[in-house]
Ligand binder design. Structure first.
Ligand code: NIG
Ligand code: FE
Length: 411
């Protein structure tokens, strides 16, 4: 039992719950504390202990959790959910034998969404994004990351990031934004990739940073994206502007992008099916989180799994994201990713749940989220389940009964 305030008067007590603290210093799986309670004040967890010890408090609100499981709010650390248009035609093309890379080389893929997103009004984009974010929230997501990258010109990239920044004003969630100008080469720069990188570094990134529209900088390091040398220029600029970096790396081939982003103390390297042991060691040395994206693996019928055993062996933290986007992962469900991280990647339910709580918070550089501990933000989900693994085991039923965001009940 730990207290950080002298007052016994708190805003909220949730008692009669089993805490999935996800605290890695606790020995029990899931950092489990059975028959427990939490006290919340000013949006923070101020005490946790035995359910029998709550008499010491007076609280404005007391919730009897009725033996349910209380977890940290879920965190989706990788989405592209601001976009317009549909790529169902490409889904159909792929099932008729055309690959994701071929579609991209023919000017479809990301560039098709760029056309639709440039043409859409800010309000249209916002309405789509709001609907998608609500779907995530209804499954227990309290924090999500949203990338730009379907504008590829300053005006549209800003439009996307403004939409992302506006979501928490109407929806109960926290949003972290990422500038992904280096997502694809826009058609008007065909054959002039280095000039586009210069535009990102000299104009787009400084403007985005100046308006404080992005919390981090990302890129797509791949044959159909940008080379490590090009990404290095973007990362140098990000460093100059004090913005942390992350990278779509080793999704379709090994360009050592993960090692590159680790050399910049990157927050995360994402996808990683083709990741090498050398890059894994670099990630370990820089505490760069491995963000695995089972939705893209599944949708693209990828057969090469990320090297999970090697990541375990070297002690690299693993997070899971939805990668929700209209091309490679048109699946707006973190709950399904949790299930697929287990069934497709063979993570244990405990690893997978850590991947959408504690390690997802690390992947976003958020130190006060992702675990239930004194001093942490009171972003919490209450689940009507009989054991923690049930969260990963079933899909299609929603056992979520309550959500609190910064101590305020939102579901
Ligand atoms: O994370 N790999 C690059 N970017 C996205 C896909 C974007 C798209 O196809 O629209 C991803 O999979
Ligand atoms: Fe992505």
């Amino acid at each position: 039992m730990t207290e950080i305030t002298n007052t016994k008067n708190v805003d909220l007590i949730i008692h009669n719950v089993h805490l999935m603290t996800m605290d890695e210093d606790l020995e029990q799986a899931y950092g489990l504390r059975v028959n427990s309670a939490v006290a919340i004040n000013n949006g923070k967890i101020t005490w946790l202990g035995n359910s029998n010890d709550i008499e010491q408090f007076t609280a404005n609100s007391i919730v009897d959790g009725q033996d349910q499981y209380l977890s940290p709010g879920l965190i989706d650390c990788h989405t592209h959910l601001v976009f317009a248009g549909s790529r169902a035609n490409e889904f159909e093309q792929r099932l008729n034998g055309v690959s994701y890379e071929e579609i991209s080389r023919q000017g479809g893929g990301i560039l098709s969404t760029v056309n639709a997103t440039r043409a859409a009004s800010e309000d249209t984009l916002y309405q789509f994004a709001k609907q998608r974010t609500s779907a995530l929230i209804n499954e227990g997501v309290t924090t999500l990351e949203i990338k730009s990258g379907y504008g590829l010109d300053l005006a549209t990239e800003r439009k996307m990031l403004r939409v992302a920044r506006k979501l928490p004003t109407e929806l109960a969630c926290n949003v972290q934004t990422t500038f992904l100008g280096a997502h694809a080469l826009p058609a008007e720069f065909k054959g002039k990739a280095d000039e586009y990188i210069d535009l990102i570094c000299d104009e787009m990134l400084p403007a985005i940073a100046q308006e404080e529209l992005a919390d981090a900088v990302d890129g797509f390091c791949e044959g159909i994206g940008f080379s490590p040398e090009q990404m290095q220029k973007v990362f140098d600029k990000a460093r100059e502007l004090n913005l942390p970096v992350k990278l779509h790396a080793e999704q379709l081939s090994d360009l050592s992008g993960a090692e590159l982003v680790a050399n910049y103390q990157g927050l995360s390297a994402d996808h990683l099916e083709y990741l090498s042991e050398q890059s894994i060691k670099a990630m370990r040395d820089s505490n760069t989180v491995a963000v695995l994206l089972p939705g893209a693996f599944y949708t693209l019928s990828e057969t090469k799994r990320p090297p999970i055993d090697q990541l375990r062996k070297h002690g690299v933290d693993i997070a899971i994201g939805s990668d929700f986007n209209p091309g490679s992962s048109p699946i707006c469900s973190l709950k399904l990713m949790l299930h697929m991280a287990c069934t497709l990647f063979k993570l244990t339910p405990e690893e997978a749940i850590a991947g959408i709580t504690r390690n997802a918070a690390k992947a976003l550089g958020l130190k006060t989220k992702g675990t239930i501990q004194v001093g942490q933000d009171a972003d919490l989900c209450l689940w009507n389940i009989s054991q923690p693994a049930e969260l990963a085991y079933t899909f299609g039923v929603n056992p979520l009964t309550h959500v609190w965001l910064a101590g305020k009940q939102s579901i």
